[in-house]
Design a protein. Structure first.
Length: 444
């Protein structure tokens, strides 16, 4: 797999970037991500037509697929960092060799995992309550595409080829939606394997588009050595740093499902609507990341951090304020049943709880782009504290006698406190990093 950076012509030098270009790129990636994400959500509306049991099988398979998100996010971030910081022909050769070797390693690991899954498929199907072996098999194939996609997407992100980057995200969602509509409404194949097939086709479309856009250079020489020790040294902190935000954004639903059971569906509806902030604004961080890396490598000044903070801060506050004024509107637009209306007051609480997470994500990605990983252990501490607090809160309020929306409110408060801690920790280390940079510049 040859995804080497294209060299000095791949992107404009950091000094030539403009605010208009940043806004244009950020708007396109955000729009593509939101549209693709909304299309993925609509897939569930079709999948529900297969019946409760089949939809449960499909959802279980999706959860299995999402388990690969943590290493995939870290891998994409690392590839983007390495691509954006590559300067010399030797850097480009090592990057091309590394991506090819990583693709082979992922393929081998996938084959070994497939052999183990085949041997234990009976136990796995019973444990996950999945009726069709085909559902598991299709999900497993989609997992391979999901793990290979970061190699190409990270290369595009690092090169600042955001047109193709956003196009791959958009293709994933739109192809899923078109495929499930064809299978369910035209061919009338309404089953969990059919719904899962649409997910596989979406990943394949995204992978094909991203791969085609990324492979522009000749293959590396056979004698190029892969610096595995350096890759592993970078991969672990970057994965933990990038994964901390994912954990804080999604783990509350796991604890709610565990303690509230069937009642967690109401919390899930509010949680989905409250997470519109990271869905819309998170992609702007993807635009900032390679610009900061490039500026670091060339010692050029970049305003990407401040532009990203301004966009996410103002945009996040505007979205949260809108959800505070009209909390029922997103439930109506998504055609939730009338019984979900009682959970509407929780939506603005969750939206405001997400704002510090988005702002903290900007700062954490800035530090990772700068190669400063000192914040990572403290982010892990915040995640552990959040898990303990959320588990305790869910266990306590699940058995309370107050109305259900009131029992969910403390969970939103726990989420807000954890995300605020995330932002404060990131702010402290950004301030420390910039103070050290200023001192080093003064000495120089």
């Amino acid at each position: 797999m040859n995804l080497q950076a294209a060299g000095p012509t791949a992107a404009k030098p950091p000094g030539e970037e403009t605010r208009a270009a940043f806004l244009r790129q950020g708007t396109w990636v955000s729009l593509a991500s939101f549209t693709g994400g909304f299309a993925c959500y609509l897939v569930h509306l079709f999948a529900q037509k297969a019946g409760t049991a089949e939809y449960g099988n499909f959802t279980a398979a999706i959860r299995l697929l999402e388990m690969a998100a943590w290493p995939a996010v870290g891998l994409q971030t690392l590839i983007a960092h390495q691509t954006a910081s590559a300067r010399t022909p030797d850097d480009h050769a090592k990057l091309a060799a590394s991506t090819a070797a990583l693709a082979k390693a992922i393929g081998v690991a996938w084959l070994l995992a497939g052999a183990a899954l085949f041997a234990l498929q009976g136990h796995a199907l019973r444990a996950l309550h999945i009726a069709h072996p085909a559902t598991m098999a299709i999900a497993f194939c989609a997992a391979l595409a999901a793990l290979l996609l970061p190699l190409a997407a990270g290369t595009l992100q690092g090169r600042q080829q955001f047109t193709a980057f956003g196009g791959a995200v958009l293709a994933n969602g739109l192809v899923r939606l078109a495929a499930v509509a064809m299978l369910f409404e035209v061919l009338r194949w309404r089953s969990a394997p059919s719904a899962m097939s649409s997910v596989l086709l979406g990943y394949l479309a995204a992978l094909a588009l991203a791969w085609q856009a990324a492979r522009r250079t000749p293959a590396p020489s056979a004698g190029t050595r892969v610096p595995w020790a350096d890759w592993l040294r970078r991969f672990v902190p970057i994965s933990l740093g990038a994964g901390a935000g994912i954990f804080l954004a999604s783990a509350d639903m796991v604890f709610a499902q565990r303690h509230f059971g069937n009642e967690a569906g109401l919390y899930a509806a509010a949680s989905t609507m409250g997470r519109v902030l990271p869905m819309l604004l998170g992609p702007v961080i993807a635009v900032m990341f390679p610009k900061v890396v490039s500026a670091t490598g060339t010692l050029a000044r970049s305003n990407a951090l401040w532009w990203t903070l301004a966009i996410t801060g103002a945009g996040g506050a505007l979205i949260a304020f809108g959800l505070t004024l009209w909390p029922e509107l997103p439930l109506r637009m998504a055609r939730f049943k009338p019984e979900y209306a009682g959970i509407a007051p929780l939506i603005p609480k969750l939206a405001w709880a997400m704002l510090p997470l988005v702002l903290g994500g900007v700062l954490v990605n800035y530090l990772l782009a700068r190669g400063d990983h000192r914040v990572v252990p403290w982010l892990v501490v915040v995640c552990i504290g959040f898990a303990v607090g959320m588990d305790y809160g869910c266990a306590h309020w699940a058995s309370a006698t107050v109305p259900l929306p009131d029992r969910f409110a403390p969970l939103a408060m726990t989420l807000a406190l954890a995300n605020t801690g995330y932002l404060l920790v990131a702010s402290w280390f950004v301030r420390l990093h910039r103070r050290e940079e200023a001192a080093a510049a003064h000495v120089g």
